[in-house]
Design a protein around this ligand. Structure first.
Ligand code: ADP
Length: 481
């Protein structure tokens, strides 16, 4: 099958969150299943040669190849090695300096870029044109999140009469329904669509333009990144106003759990951490703990549990209850390392608390891939009390490193964490968070129990192979419609 994957961020070229991990790993997993795949993304300023050789194709299109000759290692129970060699997946970049040659992907300190509707509608149209220009006639276009959501809309409107595009089916993956691409209705003419598409059955949403809604309406199938989240978004509590339309399309709505790229997130061969380790020499994990404590200028204490956080600093990620209880947390017998950027109010709260408890908490307000790896490897417990979580990669990554996740029972967290590999609370209250942290500290003291937890965690396997097979089944279903 021929598949074009369209996403606004793709590892290793550009990343602000889990979407990039998915858009970078899924194509390679599909290629391993012998599918023909290409990826299309914008060429941002941050995409430099160092992420892979980029070649110019024509005036505004360049490309690179990912996954060539990779030799992925999965961490199944038997640590089975896969030895399939990939030819690589072509990633096409759409260039337009006025739109994409900027310091960030979506916005700056003043908020979202004001011309995001123009930027990403341009990307969507050029992505469709590109298919014809490079003569790749896909069976499926798989679009991700609102930034690529105009593709199914354009396909069934502006491009509907063109022979080349006639048989293409579309799949929309929603990575987080909290981000819908909302714009004032005055901008609608910029989309190049007939005015009749601004209506409640199509792109209108309480008087505004809602780009994600467009794809929910126009795509052949829709999925979210975990089974639980696909049910949650059909409710008022989690649907962010789109629960009605999702309910209408529920026969075409599925949940497919994200995989984890174990060629990147594996303590056995992670190049960023000071000491590699695996189930066979777990004691080496403590060298990473020591390294982390040193980097963070925390006292080197083996028997004090280190809680790690790698996250966007947002309410969604649990920072409301976390920041409300931060004083109490810092008076517990623990150390806390936080890496993240996001809402300014949490930056301020965290900077304040560090001044008060410099020997307990270490805060790094930035995006830092190397430090992220060190936190996953060096912490004992990974704190991820997300209020809602479409899938979440942090908990899967930390499991791979034998770092025990502590989570709120929601979305993908509920689908991946159990009593046997982590700690969970199911009432979203700061008291419950504190209670669960205390429980984790207690269990940490029981070396035997802790070892078992770590072993269980490291034996979990969320490989992309299984998820890619599910996507393939969904593509087949769409194709046969
Ligand atoms: P999101 O909702 O942000 O996509 P996920 O858990 O799905 O959350 O994925 C987040 C990804 O981004 C993980 O790979 C995580 O390690 C990474 N990440 C988040 N914040 C940072 C940061 N400040 N520095 C480095 N990596 C980060």
């Amino acid at each position: 099958m021929k598949i074009a994957i369209c996403a606004s961020e793709v590892v290793p070229f550009a990343k602000t969150g889990g979407l990039a991990d998915v858009a970078g790993a899924l194509p390679i997993a599909l290629e391993e299943l012998r599918q023909e795949v290409i990826v299309i993304m914008p060429r941002y300023k941050t995409i430099q040669e160092n992420a892979g050789k980029i070649q110019s194709l024509k005036k505004d299109i360049s490309y690179s190849v990912i996954g060539k000759n990779i030799n992925p290692v999965t961490n199944t129970k038997a640590l089975e090695k896969e030895s399939k060699i990939c030819n690589g997946v072509k990633v096409y970049f759409i260039e337009n300096d006025a739109y994409f040659n900027r310091d960030s992907l979506y916005g700056d300190k003043n908020g979202d870029y004001k011309d995001n509707l123009e930027r990403f509608s341009y990307y969507c149209r050029r992505a469709l044109d590109l298919l014809k220009e490079v003569n790749f006639d896909p069976d499926i276009i798989h679009v991700h999140d609102w930034q690529a959501s105009l593709i199914p809309v354009y396909l069934k409107t502006i491009y509907a009469r063109e022979e080349f595009y006639k048989n293409i089916k579309t799949i929309l993956t929603i990575h987080n329904i909290g981000y819908q691409g909302l714009f004032p209705k005055e901008e609608f003419p910029k989309l190049g669509l007939d005015g009749s598409f601004f209506g409640i059955e199509t792109l209108e949403f309480y008087g505004q333009i809602n780009i994600l809604k467009g794809a929910i309406v126009f795509s052949d199938f829709i999925n979210t990144v975990s089974p639980t989240y696909s049910k949650e978004i059909q409710t008022q509590e989690f649907g962010f106003g789109l629960e009605g339309i999702l309910n209408k399309r529920r026969q075409r709505l599925f949940g497919i759990l994200n995989g984890l790229d174990y060629s990147i997130w594996n303590p056995r061969n992670d190049k960023f951490i000071i000491k590699n380790y695996s189930l066979e020499n777990l004691e080496e994990k403590y060298k990473n703990k020591e390294d982390l404590q040193k980097i963070c200028k925390l006292p080197i204490k083996k028997n004090t549990p280190v809680f790690g956080v790698v996250s966007r600093l947002a309410e969604q990620k649990g920072f409301d209850i976390l920041s409300e209880s931060i004083g109490k947390i810092c008076r517990m017998n623990l150390q806390l390392v936080i890496l993240g950027t996001g809402d300014l109010k949490y930056h301020v709260i965290l900077e304040d608390i560090v001044k008060k408890y410099p020997k307990i908490i270490s805060v790094h307000l930035k995006f830092d891939d190397t430090l992220a790896h060190k936190i996953y490897a060096g912490s004992d417990i990974f704190l991820m009390p997300s209020k809602y979580e479409p899938c979440g990669l942090g908990q899967m990554i930390s499991l791979s490193y034998g770092t025990i996740p502590l989570v709120f029972k929601t979305g993908g967290l509920a689908d991946t964490i159990t009593e046997d590999n982590g700690f969970m609370f199911d009432n979203y209250k700061k008291e419950e968070l504190l209670k669960t942290m205390e429980k984790a500290i207690r269990v940490f003291k029981d070396k035997k129990k802790w070892l078992r937890l770590m072993q269980n965690a490291m034996q979990c396997n969320f490989s992309w192979k299984e998820s890619a097979k599910e996507y393939l089944a969904l593509y087949e279903k769409a194709k046969s419609q």
